[in-house]
Design a binder for this molecule. Structure first.
Ligand code: SF4
Length: 231
């Protein structure tokens, strides 16, 4: 399997643990605020193959706790379950970042014991999901997303939901609707958009900080732990 990026050490991507982050290519969404856009649309080149990765991990045994699989959307890579299995056999914990569009694969990965922690993006309230995911003319499969939400909820503290909050895309009523979807979830993170100029022809802005705090208060009516990340 081809690997499109490797961050050799992260203290942020896997909560509470030291990890490396493995980037896989391809995504079925086109979020205008994507920080890995070239990778999502598959215009970047692989940096290594699976063997190179396992060699690297062999040298990091005892130094890293976990491996984060991110993208793009990792569930689109057919070799993901086998690679996760190898990584777990080497003694690492595995975290999966997902956009939640592939509940069947997500369920298999979880039931096969391949996922120790999972983070799912919630792009916006259902009515604005397609436009926020950069696909205004497409119907987003909300049933699929809700199945994934259910699976992540079942993970309890080993699962998280998160929303990248972008000025002009999100408003208070969206967090009421998102809260209803996530009702009973263990944790939810609001992440203010940071402009890294990664998507061509986009002029997006970070949200107002006061607004962000209001959104978090709304979400707290439904979710036990709500935090703003990255301020
Ligand atoms: S789901 Fe993630 S990887 Fe895919 S386009 Fe959106 S932000 Fe980028």
């Amino acid at each position: 399997m081809e690997i499109y990026g490797l961050q050799k050490l992260t203290l942020l991507d896997y909560p509470g643990l030291t990890a490396c982050t493995v980037f896989l290519a391809g995504c079925d969404l086109r979020c205008p605020f994507c920080h890995n856009y070239e990778l999502a649309v598959r215009v970047s080149e692989p940096v290594m193959d699976e063997e190179d990765l396992t060699e690297f991990l062999g040298r990091r045994k005892g130094l890293l706790d976990g491996v984060v699989f991110t993208g793009g959307e990792p569930c689109l890579s057919p070799g993901l379950p086998a690679l996760m299995g190898k990584v777990k056999d080497m003694g690492f914990l595995v975290k999966l970042d997902t956009n939640g569009m592939h509940p069947v694969i997500l369920e298999e990965l979880i039931s096969d014991g391949l996922v120790d922690y999972a983070a799912m993006d919630i792009k916006n309230s259902p009515g604005k999901y397609a436009v926020t995911a950069g696909l205004p003319d497409k119907a987003i499969d909300m049933d699929a997303l809700r199945r994934s939400i259910g699976l992540i909820k079942q993970l309890g503290e080993k699962g998280e939901f998160r929303t990248t909050v972008v000025a002009g895309f999100h408003e208070e009523s969206d967090f009421e609707a998102i809260g209803q979807e996530l009702d009973g979830a263990f944790q939810y993170f609001l992440q203010p958009f940071v402009d890294r100029d990664t998507v061509p022809d986009r002029d997006l802005r970070a949200p107002d900080i006061e607004e962000l705090h209001k959104y978090a208060e709304i979400a707290k009516k439904f979710i036990k732990n709500v935090e703003i990340r990255g301020l």
